[in-house]
Design a protein around this ligand. Structure first.
Ligand code: HEM
Length: 511
């Protein structure tokens, strides 16, 4: 709270470049020294010197600009209170539809209980206070998260929860005091969706995307207990990182076509691995790689540590280098046979069993990111004046908002329905019954993203294609939404998988 108070007449006297004050939402800002450095220029500030510039300010800036420049505040207007709501860390966003229905009053829900509500509240605070500042730091710089960040993530107990329910949680103190045995896929959904509220897709991946997909094969298929223990302990305490390395320049969604080879040495003790991997999330900063290889009679999966013969280089993609997307070369890498995950030549089961969960995690993140984009649009339409009226007064804009909201509500509701099925099926049953439905879901969600990305940029205009300022989230979403249409199985592959699976079970009696 600003200590000093002024009358509006007093502020009005500071109306020139020697003393340039303005009022924004009842607070008084002294911009005399700042004016020359103002990214929007000195001239615009002089035009509002001594005046209330609240409306002008919110036409041009995101609210967080005021938080960043809080030291320009010299006081407040006597007897006036701020009208603009500043969301505090951990708080829900009160914009209509900004939160999924289960968090909106007075809606009821059949899926989430008190522990989910408690978890959501505390993760939101952690994301606001710890994750978002790190996201802001790394998104533009392209740097990787610091070790200090990893320590905070894992010491809080949140890190292992990002991998979902399972034995890896037992014996650990989890975030928000959630008991490992009560942790279900809805808890994981909460964590995944809250993490996707960071600045963009790249940051969400940077904060452990590789671990979410790279560690489960070790958890589920590593027969070497000592190695398994070592990797799990290292990764789940934030000391090292792991990446899933399946795709190649030669084979994307077509995993059967992998060309990286693993040939056994004559003494049968090692594999010699040669080949390349492409688009490997977190690859540039991972210490371990869960790698799909061709072992002659089929696919196998090997756990390979970073070491001699393993080289990673950054691939420059549409999103930030913070995610560490790598091109990897394996050059005569000697890997002990004990590092085989699952059975030799039957690695396709390891890879496929991982896919359902990976795709579901992606669905969770994208759906929440879509809602974030729609909220930005709604806020913008409310504050932006066009032809002297708020943008939302235009019927064509309301049609766009309605379409985006309907798509996103459908995505969230379908996602929760699938999550409920996951809670009531074994991993094995999920593999049999949910591969098709999750494929359809991901296909639907990414098609919805395509439309939401398109509409949002139409609403924001030039700001939607500008990296800084009001439309920065829209620009980032438009740059990155395609990742989800391709990663983890392209839209076309997933639609095809779903329909092929459905027809596999077509009852003969119906012919
Ligand atoms: C506390 C007062 C202010 C601060 C700290 C501030 C800060 C900034 C910053 C950081 C930007 C870069 C874009 C962004 O990150 O959003 C910017 C742009 C701009 N500002 Fe300000 N500003 C202030 C007040 C104002 C006022 C009162 C006006 C208009 C009367 C104004 C007009 C502009 C314009 C026209 C731009 C360029 C926008 C664009 O490129 O779309 N600013 N300002």
């Amino acid at each position: 709270m600003a200590a000093k108070t002024f009358t509006r007449d007093e502020v009005a006297k500071n109306n020139n470049e020697d003393s340039l004050w303005i009022i924004i939402d009842s607070k008084v800002y002294d911009l005399t020294d700042f004016a020359a450095a103002h990214p929007g220029g000195e001239h615009v500030l002089k035009q509002v010197a001594g005046k209330d510039a609240t409306r002008d300010f919110y036409q041009m800036h995101r609210h967080e600009v005021l938080t960043k420049y809080a030291d320009l505040v010299i006081g407040a207007i006597e007897g006036e209170k701020p009208k603009i709501i500043t969301r505090q860390p951990g708080e829900l966003d009160v914009t209509p539809y900004a939160e999924p229905a289960w968090l909106r009053k007075p809606f009821k829900n059949p899926y989430y209980n008190d522990s989910h509500f408690k978890l959501q509240k505390e993760v939101r605070k952690f994301v606001d206070e710890v994750v978002k500042p790190e996201a802001l730091r790394i998104e533009d710089s392209g740097e990787h998260p610091t070790q200090e960040f990893w320590d905070k993530l894992y010491q809080s107990g949140l890190g292992p929860m990002r991998l979902g329910p399972g034995k890896h949680l037992y014996g650990r103190k989890l975030f928000a005091d959630i008991k490992p045995e009560e942790f279900n896929y809805f808890h994981e959904l909460v964590v995944a969706q809250e993490f996707s509220l960071t600045r963009g897709r790249a940051c969400d991946d940077a904060f452990g995307g590789g671990t979410i997909i790279g560690l489960p094969p070790v958890l589920n298929f590593c027969k070497n207990e000592a190695l398994k223990k070592q990797v799990i302990e290292e990764v789940l305490t934030g000391k090292t990182r792991i990446a899933l390395a399946i795709t190649e320049a030669f084979a994307g969604s077509d995993v059967a076509g992998l060309r990286t080879t693993a040939v056994k040495t004559p003494d049968g003790k090692h594999y010699i691995v040669n080949g390349t991997k492409k688009w490997i999330t977190n690859g540039t900063f991972s210490n371990w790689f869960t790698v799909g290889v061709n072992t002659g009679k089929g696919l196998s999966v090997l756990l390979i540590p970073r070491g001699e013969g393993v080289e990673t280089t950054q691939i420059k993609t549409s999103y930030s280098s913070a995610a560490g997307t790598a091109y990897i070369t394996f050059d005569n890498v000697k890997v002990p046979v004990e590092n085989l995950l699952g059975q030799e030549n039957k690695g396709i089961h390891v890879i496929l069993s991982n896919f359902n969960h990976e795709r579901w995690v992606m669905c969770a993140g994208i759906t929440r990111a879509q809602r974030n984009v729609i909220t930005e649009c709604m806020k913008w339409c409310n504050q932006r004046l066009v032809f002297g009226k708020p943008l939302i007064s235009q019927p064509v804009i309301r049609q766009k908002i309605a379409r985006m909201l309907s798509l996103n509500e459908a995505c969230q509701n379908w996602l929760e329905h699938i999550t409920y099925q996951m809670c009531h099926m074994s991993y094995q049953q999920q593999a049999i019954h949910l591969a098709g439905p999750i494929g359809l879901l991901k296909n639907f969600i990414t098609r919805a993203s395509t439309e939401i990305a398109d509409q949002s940029v139409q609403i924001f205009g030039g700001r939607g294609i500008t990296k800084t300022g009001m439309g920065s989230l829209i620009e980032s979403f438009n740059r990155c939404y395609k990742f989800d249409s391709i990663l983890g199985g392209s839209e076309e592959i997933l639609a095809d998988l779903a329909v092929r699976q459905a027809f596999k079970n077509f009852p003969k009696a119906m012919l």
